[in-house]
Design a protein around this ligand. Structure first.
Ligand code: GLA
Length: 388
């Protein structure tokens, strides 16, 4: 994090500045007794077709651990201490794979081929129209009926001495869910000694295609199932967003956030303006919008910071992507019981999905989401956790 930006960023940045001086977990334990980073593999149950599903738990040299299943490449837990050293799990999810199969608002999932919506469930590429599964008000959401969140990925332990790392590969067939080209996606999750979860995405294709990979973890820094996230303070480094119509498809405009309740350039409690009298907030039933990041994409840059005042837990997001979907769990309604039987209520979590803009294949003015044979799609997102 760039510690010189304190004055520009307000309260939250000041807190983050403290985080800059927080020692990484590996440095806080004595070298002789410091545990080595580990990766543990356990059974996570079976899919209805009998396929075995695994759970991989990555732990750094400190008290930071992340569990990932090869079903949908889903993050099932992220555990780290609060300001008093109390460890909690900060992502929503289920104890076994059955929960993910039965109740599926994309908890923790890798999303593909196309994160968020494609309008009218179709797009044109090289003069040809491709029809997709319309699974959301006539639009296609998160890759269709059986997106990357519902497939089994092939897992490989690629840990090094200092970094526990899990590589997941999925080969999507030409025409799968309506998308052209055989698409090979390789996603690597790794944990750093500084309590960072890094997600590297790579993909190649054998025909011209479009894609938008992301991760859809639902965060509550007070702990999953510990109430709503309205008291969390959020900061997003974006001066524009992509306004949507009532079916949440972008209009194509890049709109200034000046004077808008969607503006998070200065840290604000999520709940402060979430029910403001604003058409965009009404369409989203809260925040469910793509932010046009000031950094424009390409280099790994900080785009968001979140702080939960009671626990002191904090999350920073860095990405190479041009957009960020900020979603406040508006569709959670208290009907889902997750890990340990905890109820996930309305706005009980937020998502920060780094991405290309929704509906880019139908919006030539947006940064392109096309991938051609011979090219490599590559993007990195880092979620960094601390407490103060
Ligand atoms: C994304 C979308 C939301 C919703 C969630 C999943 O964040 O933008 O509208 O579909 O996924 O429930």
């Amino acid at each position: 994090m760039n510690c010189d930006r304190r004055q520009m960023m307000g309260t939250l940045a000041a807190l983050a500045l403290g985080a800059c001086s927080t020692k990484p977990a590996s440095e806080t334990s004595s070298t002789s007794n410091a545990p080595s980073p580990t990766m543990k593999k356990d059974s996570f149950g079976k899919l209805p077709d009998g396929s075995a599903v695994d759970l991989f738990t990555l732990t750094n040299a400190g008290a930071f651990s992340v569990a990932i299943t090869n079903y949908g490449g889903r993050i099932t837990s992220i555990k780290f201490p609060d300001k008093n050293g109390k460890v909690a799990d900060v992502v929503l999810g289920f104890d076994t794979v059955d929960g993910y199969v039965a109740d599926n608002p994309y908890f923790g999932a890798l999303i593909g081929r196309y994160g968020n919506r494609i309008g009218h469930a179709q797009f044109k590429l090289d003069g040809k129209t491709y029809k997709l599964e319309a699974n959301d008000n006539g639009n296609s959401l998160h890759g269709g009926k059986k997106g990357f969140d519902k497939v089994l990925w092939t897992a490989k332990d690629v840990s090094t001495k200092d970094l526990p790392a899990l590589e997941l590969t999925y080969v999507s067939k030409d025409g799968e869910e309506g998308y052209p080209g055989t698409l090979t996606s390789v996603v690597t999750y790794s944990l750093s000694p500084a309590n960072e979860l890094k997600i590297d995405y790579h993909a190649t294709t054998d025909k011209n295609t479009v894609l938008n990979l992301t991760n859809h973890a639902y965060y509550n820094l007070a702990g999953a199932g510990e109430g709503d996230i309205l008291g969390h303070h959020m900061m997003i480094t974006a001066s524009k967003f992509t306004p949507v119509d009532k079916t949440l498809i972008p209009t194509g405009e890049l709109k200034s956030l000046d004077g808008s309740p969607l503006d998070f350039r200065e840290a604000k409690a999520i709940g402060e303006r979430i029910d403001a009298n604003d058409e965009q907030l009404k369409f989203g039933k809260g925040y469910d919008h793509n932010y046009v990041l000031d950094a424009k994409g390409g280099t790994l840059t900080q785009c968001a910071m979140v702080h939960e005042p009671k626990s002191g837990r904090m999350m920073e997001v860095l990405t190479t992507q041009p957009g960020l979907q900020f979603y406040t769990g508006n569709f959670l309604d208290g009907t889902i019981k997750g890990k340990g039987g905890k109820v996930y209520g309305h706005r009980g979590a937020f998502c920060l999905e780094t991405q290309h803009f929704p509906d880019s294949p139908n919006k030539p003015s947006f940064p392109t989401a096309e991938l051609k044979p011979g090219e490599t799609y590559q993007q990195t997102t880092v979620y960094k956790f601390s407490a103060m």
